[in-house]
Design a protein around this ligand. Sequence first.
Ligand SMILES: Cc1ncc(COP(=O)(O)O)c(C=O)c1O
Length: 390
Amino acid sequence: MIYFDNAATSWPKPPGVAEAMTHFLNEVGANPGRAAHRRAVKSGHILYDAREAVCGLFHAPDPLRVVFGLNVTEALNLALRGLLRPGDHVVTSSMEHNSMMRPLRALERPPELCSGGVEVTVVGCSPQGVLDPADVEAAIRPDTKLVALNHASNVVGTLLPVAEVGAICRERNALLLVDAAQTGGAYPIDVQACRIDLLGFTGHKSMGGPMGTGGLIVGERVDETQLEPLMRGGTGSRSEYEVQPDFLPDMCESGTPNVVGLAGLQVGVRWVLERGVEAIRAHEVALTQALIGGLRSISGVTVYGTLDAELQTATVSFNVAGMAPSEVGLRLDDEYDIMCRVGLHCAPTAHKTIGTFPDGTVRFGLSAFNTLDEVEAALAAVERLAQEAR
Ligand SMILES: Cc1ncc(COP(=O)(O)O)c(C=O)c1O
């Protein structure tokens, strides 16, 4: 079996992830920060270790400014709905996932509706998914509060110039929110060097963790007193008050956290750090280069994106002439034991940008665990399907 659906969620997980989760369930199991007994203290340590691991991966200075949640979708909703007010302007790109685009479109509703009245400018990218920082700069206005971008497209893998945009945002006094769903653990990210003010991450892709883990890193330039939590409730802190604590991360982390998941995430992130993000990146670039080169040499196959492995993640979108993406995916699964994803990948605007809307593409999403042999086997399978369709 060849698993090429890592852009949706990674599999397998690094060694030790499942064991850490089982250990938590069997040997710890307590609610962190809710009691003073040994098990609760241990649970709190695991939670804090996970914050430190995330800071290590993204070079974030303060573990207490890591807000954990279910996934990056929740993190982006927190950043967008928590910071934007009627009259604010936001700049985003035409390569965004719906987890950025849908909350933004909801914020555009009339101001009398709950969290509406925000103006959104979508900056167009090239058909390869490339964003020109000068276009972002031209779109920024005096009332622009936020520039919100993904770090890499989940459709074609194209990397967006977040460091260049970060510098522009500082000059123009806007905040930069980055969706690192596709790059966290797969591409080096330094939130301080790139001047990223808010970084949303999801634990279940290249960070090696389980589903149900993710979060938002809230940078020092973000005034947390202006960040409206998505939910309020028990935090285990300031329990004498009926009002929500006003400090991070508690103000944005109501209810019992997913410590079993975070125990796994912590091990996944530490595995990434031990192996080295640069080494993982080099391995994935080599696989991506082979995959793009091989696909391009097959008659009847169209590959999308920059066609340069250095400019993208290990996510490659393509189509086979004369065959719907859904048929390609089904036959790769049924006849060749290859798991991939087909269709629009929750990013309709990105498909409009690259010219593949509404049918979408076949997407191979590779990870640190894939091999060149697997790439070659998949290329041979696509070659046979393309031959039949010719
Ligand atoms: C770029 C991007 N943003 C957001 C998401 C949403 O991730 P999650 O479902 O983990 O919230 C994904 C997942 O595919 C993604 O690729």
